[in-house]
Design a protein around this ligand. Structure first.
Ligand code: MN
Length: 314
């Protein structure tokens, strides 16, 4: 949902194929503006970290007071070579896409939209008051699946389990004996962890995965160390467990996955495995090509910024 400018200048920060082992560190998120005055905390991509497994984008929005403005309204924009993954914690968002889907997503639910070769969509918060609290992530598609047909799925029911007084929801991938119904294309996991009274949650990890923990509410710590304000925790591959410390009313998101062999290319709302594919996606969107379809919306269709490495038009 969230237009992303990423000029690749920071690509050298993480060398292709480099796998970080067995360390937990805290990385600063950056503040980004979204729609009409909505601020989000962006964990991925930043110059500190481009991807965590296949997860290449992570925005945390809210809790934001909807009565302060006109709500969140994002006009038609395209995606390629990724899945958008929306996890709703408070409030409601209406999704519309070029395949004809119209779906309200509510707290505790996941929307997963597969862009593949191309799709476009719009998003609107519903209601004039109350709180909007959501995490929006992108999952890069592996090279062999970069141009699969677009798809959209809504999941109202997800597997949950208790750890002491805390509740864990399996959003994507597998954990223990549980498997999420969310369809993905590479090895990954996502968990929501929430606790009324607070407590420690010991999670078994897959040593081949790298992981990130994003605090969403209250106090969150990792292995006894509190995560700083506007930071998230990153763990390289090689761990077999992690202890998550939640304060009262604490909540966090854990994502993980097999490290990508090399970072994907990202420009605006496009992901690709080559700059040529980014260039083509840009040209096709600007030319209203069929690959993205159409969705009617009150807001203007978003124009793609021209990749700076492309030769000037004309
Ligand atoms: Mn989008």
């Amino acid at each position: 949902m969230m237009p992303c400018h990423d000029d690749q200048n920071d690509e050298k920060a993480q060398a292709p194929g480099q796998v970080e082992r067995a360390s937990v560190r805290q990385l600063q998120m950056r503040v980004a503006e979204l729609g009409e005055g909505f601020e989000v905390a962006r964990a991925l991509p930043t110059r500190h970290k481009r991807m965590v497994g296949p997860w290449c984008f992570l925005d945390h929005l809210g809790p934001a007071d909807l009565s302060a403005g006109n709500g969140l309204h994002i006009g038609a924009h395209p995606h390629t070579c990724l899945q958008t993954f929306t996890w709703m914690m408070q409030g409601e968002i209406l999704h519309r896409d070029s395949l004809g889907h119209e779906q309200i997503i509510r707290p505790g639910q996941v929307n997963i939209m597969t862009a593949g070769r191309g799709i476009c969509h719009t998003e609107d918060s519903l209601g004039r008051d109350g709180l909007l609290h959501t995490a929006q992530l992108w999952i890069a598609l592996p090279e062999g699946a970069h141009d699969i047909p677009p798809d959209f799925q809504h999941h109202a029911e997800l597997p949950t389990f208790q750890v002491g007084d805390s509740e864990v929801t399996l959003l994507a991938g597998s954990f223990g004996d549980l498997t999420s119904p969310v369809r993905v294309h590479s090895g990954l996991v996502a968990l929501d962890l929430v606790s009324d009274k607070g407590g420690d949650i010991r999670l078994d990890l897959q040593p081949g995965f790298e992981y990130a923990v994003l605090p969403c509410q209250g106090r969150v710590g990792i292995n006894g160390t509190p995560v700083d304000h506007k930071h998230f925790a990153f763990s390289g591959a090689g761990f077999d467990h992690l202890l998550i410390n939640l304060g009262a009313d604490g909540r966090c998101l854990l994502i993980g996955g097999t490290p990508f062999a090399s970072p994907v290319h990202m420009w605006w709302n496009f992901v690709a495995h080559s700059r040529d594919d980014i260039n083509q996606a840009y040209l096709d969107w600007q030319a209203h090509a069929d690959r993205f379809g159409q969705v009617v919306h009150a807001s203007q269709r978003l124009e793609a910024p021209r990749p700076p490495w492309m030769a000037p038009a004309g």
